[in-house]
Design a protein around this ligand. Structure first.
Ligand code: ADP
Length: 151
């Protein structure tokens, strides 16, 4: 049976840290869905959702087993629909761990067949966060070196 994983997140924006998790995840899974969680009723993103889909697609244009999707439901339900057995997530520090620990428990309660798999960040990418990139970008700073594509 092929191993299908979902890499869920806000990806506002998708960073080199995220790219690294996907590329390493490809050693483990046959297919990875990069799934952007988005509530279309709440327009609270900084980067446009359609533009972000295109930029992530462009990042993985030579990798057919990566697919980019947008979803607006429980991740555990999305996994059932996509026949995904795994959730892929990245861990940078203990703050990530505390948060990831609770959502992994909830997701497994909601979907018993779903295993969360965590990859520890690559040291040189551990400092990259979407939140900081948004702040720097908002005040006109250069964020290109944190992103796997050109804005
Ligand atoms: P969310 O809004 O669900 O936290 P994010 O888009 O911020 O989603 O991140 C998605 C996943 O990528 C999370 O598991 C997060 O811990 C992980 N991640 C974010 N930045 C990095 C990084 N620099 N290195 C490794 N993992 C990361």
């Amino acid at each position: 049976m092929s191993k299908i994983a979902i890499f869920p997140g806000s990806f506002d924006p998708f960073t080199k840290g995220h790219e690294d998790i996907v590329l390493r995840g490809l050693q483990l899974f046959d297919k990875i869905y990069v799934a952007i969680g988005h509530n279309s009723q709440k327009h609270n993103r900084y980067f446009d959702i359609d533009e972000m889909v295109e930029l992530i697609q462009q990042t993985f244009r030579d990798t057919p087993n990566v697919e980019v999707i947008v979803y607006n439901e429980l991740t555990a339900e999305l996994a059932k629909k996509l026949n995904a057995q795994y959730l892929l997530r990245g861990l940078r520090n203990t703050t990530d761990f505390e948060y990831e620990n609770s959502i992994a428990q909830v997701n497994r309660y909601l979907n018993h067949g779903l295993e969360s798999v965590f990859l520890i960040t690559t040291p040189g990418l551990a400092h990259i966060s979407s939140t900081i990139i948004r702040e720097v970008h908002k005040y006109g700073g250069d964020v290109e070196k944190f992103l796997p594509y050109k804005l």
